[in-house]
Design a protein around this ligand. Sequence first.
Ligand SMILES: [Zn+2]
Length: 162
Amino acid sequence: MLKIATYPQPILRRTAKEVKVFDQELKDLATAMAKIMYEDDGIGLAAPQVSVSQRMLVIGAKDGKSFKAYINPEITFFSKEKCVNEEGCLSLPKIYGLVQRSKKVHVKYQDLDGKWQKEKIKDFNAIILQHEIDHLNGILFIDRVSKITQGQDLLDALKAKL
Ligand SMILES: [Zn+2]
């Protein structure tokens, strides 16, 4: 049973490893990640957030059920045009803040069968993808935040534990 790793657990700061084996186990992991993501009202989840240090993430869909898995994702283009949005994170419950990110990105990634794919993504999904790929590199939204809008006291208490 997967459990969400919360800040400041060290797994969240590790650089995740490339996925090399595309088997049923990987598919099961993606499905389990999507399940826990939806249970916790998340819209995206990266493997390090369930204490699996592998380069994979899932992003939810509007139907609240299906998901898309991105394995070994890499952003190949960041638009100069930026946008600022309030972000939260399942690994930082009750903490929100304003983060500036590119409005459009191009990503290459492998699907669950190991096949390379390319996609152009914009707006909300582009923000989620940038947030989740950050997790694969040990980066959290609080590293990029311009202003904490909720939970500054919680964050201060967590940082004091470090
Ligand atoms: Zn997150």
